[in-house]
Ligand binder design. Structure first.
Ligand code: GTB
Length: 218
């Protein structure tokens, strides 16, 4: 059954692929599952019809027949469990790939989000300048740990998996920053993710929302 996801009608990033629908688009492209996209405005996201799908009034959501899902981790896991290509067949390797999915969302993303949130909402506070180095140090520690674990491997645990997909989307949030620049292997890891044909199709399709080009046909 062809799923429908929701995405921003007008993403603040103007198509840089930083909004979280990108994760779902990429996962669906990796497994070759065509999908539809319903664009929602910020106002619509807070209305009852959308809140019935996503209790926190956010995107993305995922509808497939009678199933409705929210939370990108749950959606990517659902896609990965039902299609080949995003999780290994070996049970232990599969469990480890799922651990990397959680690590991306629970361990690496939170300090990055804290820094972003501070820059949006706390800039006018007199303690902001004091707080930023602390927030950045937390990110640096996590990136250092991740960098050490990745070493010179292509992916986090053997073949590319849903764990890498989520980790790359999380790391993209600091792409181009001095924080990430200190860890060249993480920059090349992101580049490897971005070079995947499925990533490129997903990126073009979310960008098409802003450039009015027609999607690649997924
Ligand atoms: N934990 C949830 C998940 O993983 O699904 C988080 C979902 C979420 O944060 N969605 C955001 C949202 O709907 C969009 S992606 N926010 C509206 C709201 O909460 O009211 C976050 C995002 C938005 C914009 C940029 N950007 O412009 O760079 C990057 C990331």
């Amino acid at each position: 059954m062809r799923p429908t996801i929701t995405a921003f009608e007008s993403s603040p990033d103007r198509g840089r692929g930083l909004a979280r629908d990108m994760r779902i688009r990429w996962a669906l492209e990796e497994v070759g599952q065509p999908y539809d996209v319903r664009l929602v405005s910020f106002a619509e996201m807070k209305e009852p019809a959308h809140l019935a799908l996503q209790p926190f009034g956010q995107i993305p959501t995922y509808e497939e027949g009678h199933l409705t899902l929210f939370e990108t981790g749950a959606i990517v896991l659902h896609i990965a469990e039902r299609h080949a290509g995003l999780l290994p067949d070996d049970a232990n390797a599969r469990a480890r790939a799922i651990a990397w999915m959680f690590a991306a969302l629970n361990t690496v993303e939170p300090p990055i989000l804290d820094r972003e949130t501070a820059s949006f909402t706390e800039r006018d506070k007199n303690w902001y300048a004091e707080r930023v180095p602390m927030l950045e140090e937390r990110i640096r520690v996590r990136l250092g740990e991740l960098s050490r674990r990745l070493g010179d491997a292509d992916w986090l645990d053997g073949a590319f998996s849903a764990g890498d997909l989520l980790m790359v989307t999380v790391l993209r949030r600091v792409e181009g920053s001095a924080l990430l620049g200190a860890f060249p292997n993480l920059s090349t890891y992101i580049a490897r993710g971005e070079a995947r044909p499925a990533y490129k199709r997903a990126f073009e399709d979310q960008l098409a929302v802003f450039t009015n080009r027609s999607p690649t046909g997924s």
